[in-house]
Design a protein around this ligand. Structure first.
Ligand code: RAM
Length: 487
């Protein structure tokens, strides 16, 4: 990895001071003996640091209390069998602790930050001479977003107002030192998440300093060849993750353009443009002579969605075209007409190749990979990339036997955008109601990393216990509703 000290200094200058507030759980039946447990409900999703005030009832404690603490964003998480989880994402993300408390009364301050609404305490071991008493449980909640900056969303529609409120809370709780993907997991800056958060931020909290900081972080720590990493670690010091994905690196370009459009900050645009344009240059190597991006079997070569069956070739082609459109706008804005013309020519060649080789005229949809797979994602990215402006390809794909569907709110975000771009605002709104409204109906306080209404146990990680239920890329409704559906 290489570091650009100047960019990292700029990022550091925009490091936010977190807002803090204290929230207490209501503690009712609070006296526990061996084997007892108690679920505390903080009534809202929080990200923060927990302090417990513990005392006892009965004889003077003659042995420590051994207590298990489990944190959950959704109550359902408590009914999962934690022991049997053996997936590829580390089980260390599961939010649980086992502590000994030796003396009473005691104030127990937990050092980790948790993302949760519910806290379950279970007494794993205690002397029969006394009972544990939970006097108080408090959380010091943290976020760099300030609700005082949030204008209410104007609507008479209660369902939409609920969806917007949950989306804003999702964004709020992911806004920390950086735009985190999820405060439970992975607690870091991912470019795909950042792009969607930045869009929602423009319509809500408008913390452009935080967006600027994140752009400089990505530009400040890259692979040796200049490729932007998929994610950035911020602790103990800034370092790019050694993961790169075709689409994620490219998506730095529209993220920079969106930021400029929202702020008019030309200084950042021109300073980061060489880094952004480098992503296009690197991505060009992935194309064959006919102008088609080469397919790959390597898991994660391109992200697009967490549906593990998805072939990504056509989505990757569309993503490249989508990013070229932003690149051209930047080149024009910076008055580099020669470069803008080169980008235009590249765009035309890759678009032609998509139409020629990826469109199946018989089926009336775009296909992907050597098995000519039909997926919703392929149609979405062909629309976003400007290859098609026909919403019918979305509907035809959905009606195709064996179609590969979408599983993440990240992919659904792009689906909604594709509907809007093809003039299907009503369908887009219905999707917001059905998909994000589906999570709301299941009691979501914040929107989730993954939601497949047809398969509640869907998880790309080998188990649902490691899923994040406050996930940045799920905050889309705050963007769409406020931008396109205000009364
Ligand atoms: C997961 C995280 C993150 C996402 C990547 C691709 O690890 O959920 O949000 O951007 O996948």
């Amino acid at each position: 990895m290489i570091r650009n000290a100047q960019f990292l200094n700029t990022a550091e200058a925009f490091k936010p001071i977190l807002n803090r507030r204290t929230v207490s759980a209501q503690v009712q039946k609070n006296t526990l003996k061996d084997g007892d447990s108690l679920v505390l409900d903080f009534q809202e999703h929080l990200v923060g640091f927990v302090t417990l005030s513990l005392s006892f009832e009965g004889s003077h404690p003659d042995a420590p209390a051994w207590i298990e603490l489990q944190f959950a964003e959704r109550k359902q998480e408590f009914s999962e069998d934690v022991q049997s989880y053996n997936g590829w994402v580390s089980k260390s993300w599961i939010q649980q602790e086992r502590i000994h408390v030796d003396t009473f009364p005691s104030i127990v301050k937990l050092s980790r930050r948790y993302a949760f609404r519910y806290l379950k305490l279970t007494v794993l071991g205690i002397s029969s001479k006394y009972r544990l008493k939970v006097e108080e449980a408090q959380c010091e909640a943290v976020s760099s977003a300030n609700d005082a900056d949030l204008k209410p969303y104007q609507t008479q529609d209660r369902e939409l107002s609920t969806i917007d409120r949950i989306a804003c809370r999702t964004l709020h709780d992911c806004m920390q030192d950086v735009f985190e993907d999820g405060p439970k997991r992975d607690r870091r800056l991912w470019i795909g998440d950042l792009r969607l958060q930045a869009l929602a931020n423009t319509q809500t909290y408008r913390r452009f300093d935080l967006v600027r900081r994140c752009l400089y972080l990505f530009a400040g720590s890259t692979f040796e060849n200049g490729q932007i990493s998929a994610a950035i670690f911020t602790e103990p010091e800034i370092e790019a993750d050694d993961t790169a994905m075709f689409d994620y690196s490219l998506l730095f370009v529209p993220t920079l353009w969106d930021y400029y459009e929202a702020t008019g900050d030309r200084e950042t645009l021109s300073e980061l443009w060489p880094v952004a344009y480098r992503q296009i240059g690197l991505a060009r190597d992935a194309f064959d002579a006919s102008g088609l991006v080469r397919d790959s079997n390597v898991l994660g070569w391109c992200f697009t969605d967490w549906n593990l069956q998805l072939n990504k070739q056509t989505s990757a082609q569309g993503t490249y075209l989508y990013c070229l459109k932003a690149a051209k706008q930047i080149a024009e804005t910076l008055e580099d007409t020669k470069l803008a013309a080169q980008i235009e020519a590249d765009y035309a060649q890759k678009r032609d190749a998509a139409l020629r080789y990826l469109f199946d005229a018989k089926k009336g949809v775009f296909v992907s990979g050597k098995d000519r797979q039909v997926s919703v994602a392929s149609q979405v990215w062909m629309i976003l990339g400007g290859v098609s402006d026909d919403a019918q390809i979305l509907f035809r794909a959905k009606d195709t036997d064996g179609v590969i569907g979408m599983v993440t709110p990240y992919m659904y975000h792009h689906y909604v955008q594709a509907l809007i771009d093809t003039g299907r605002r009503e369908d887009a709104l219905n999707t917001l109601r059905a998909y994000w409204g589906g999570m709301a109906n299941e009691g979501a306080d914040t929107f989730w990393e993954l939601y497949n209404p047809e398969n509640p146990n869907e998880s790309p990680y080998g188990g649902t216990i490691v899923l994040s239920y406050c996930h940045a890329w799920s905050c889309a409704p705050a963007y769409f509703l406020r931008k396109y559906y205000t009364e």
